[in-house]
Write a protein that binds this ligand. Structure first.
Ligand SMILES: Nc1nc2c(ncn2[C@@H]2O[C@H](COP(=O)(O)OP(=O)(O)OP(=O)(O)O)[C@@H](O)[C@H]2O)c(=O)[nH]1
Ligand SMILES: [Mg+2]
Length: 198
């Protein structure tokens, strides 16, 4: 059976990676918080039906029935905090990913550490998408052209406006729908490429 597409959600601490993962699967599968860094152990999330096919890095998958069986997500530790172990683990996870979803923010998008990862992804020709998170609505028009210019080549780019979170700490569904649809599309096309069944 073809393993699900493994999308690793990575980026700087506090960018909102865990919040995004929870919001995508509409369940609090990964702890979010104000301490930096919060995520120290990767959270692997998948549909219960794909458990047997997604054992990676000795991680125990967390069940998320909202995910399709052909898609698994990893909420990765950050790439830039003082915690060296987090950074090493994040690099390992990126090496293993089918797709890197790089989450950065309006405040952090030009940080050198982020660009080391983004350039590495571009050189390795790994599928890459960028999420510009926590963007004040009035800043979109200025930041997007700059980020697009820095990327230099077409990369799927999603803007998540700084939003009020709900009681479970989740973003409104409508702001994550474009990312959700993109992930579904990538997962479906992996199955077609590999002749899979789901
Ligand atoms: N108001 C608001 N708060 C947000 C938003 N996104 C994230 N936060 C808050 O920002 C803090 C950091 O979010 P996390 O999702 O934990 O960030 P992270 O990227 O997973 O951070 P690490 O685990 O340290 O790498 C949390 O307190 C979230 O509740 C947003 O769009 N709006
Ligand atoms: Mg986190």
């Amino acid at each position: 059976m073809t393993p699900p597409l493994l999308a690793v959600i990575g980026g700087p601490t506090g960018a909102g990676k865990s919040t995004l993962v929870n919001s995508l699967v509409r369940a609090p599968v990964s702890a979010t918080g104000i301490l930096r860094p919060t995520t120290r152990t990767p959270t692997l999330v998948c549909h219960p039906r794909s458990w047997a096919r997604v054992h990676r890095h000795g991680l125990t998958p967390v069940s998320a029935p909202a995910l399709p069986a052909n898609l698994a997500l990893i909420d990765a530790p950050d790439i830039n905090s003082i915690d060296q172990a987090n950074r090493d683990l994040s690099n390992e996870l990126f090496d293993d990913a089918d797709l890197w979803v790089f989450v950065t923010t309006a405040a952090r998008y030009a940080d050198a550490e982020a660009w080391r990862h983004l350039r590495a992804a571009q050189q390795r020709r790994v599928d890459l998408a960028v999420v510009l998170d926590r963007v004040p609505p009035q800043a979109v028009e200025e930041i997007l052209p700059h980020l697009t210019e820095l990327l230099g080549e077409p990369v799927p780019l999603f803007v998540v406006p700084d939003s009020q979170l709900d009681r479970q700490g989740m973003l409104p569904e409508r702001v994550v729908t474009p990312i959700w649809e993109y992930l579904h599309k990538c997962a479906a096309s992996k199955m077609v490429d590999e002749g899979g069944d789901t």
